[in-house]
Write a new protein. Sequence first.
Length: 124
Amino acid sequence: MEAAIRRYAHISVARGCGFGALTVATMMVGSASDLSLFFRSGGIGALLMCFILLLKASRVEKIPVKSTEVWIMMPKELRPKPEVAAPLIARARRDYLLRFAYIAAVVAGVELAADLVLTLSKYS
């Protein structure tokens, strides 16, 4: 049961992050005429995504279990009782939200470092 919950939590968080990454990528393509701005906009967008994921992870217990995407995606025969599922779903969602926040932070750091190198190379 816990493996199924973790699988659905991973799908749920990854899908949401995919839409966020698509938004950041679209913003980056819009600023592709300036390479420094390209990396800066991507870094700021990824950093914003990281902060949003951290906020969502901090509030994961406050969301009613029956309104989570994990609960809705699970087949009815796999669903445990809501009082049993609530801590399992909350823990799985928090784990994946923090994992994807870490990935977004690393991406933001790489993109902002690339922007810094490009900006400093203009002045040398």
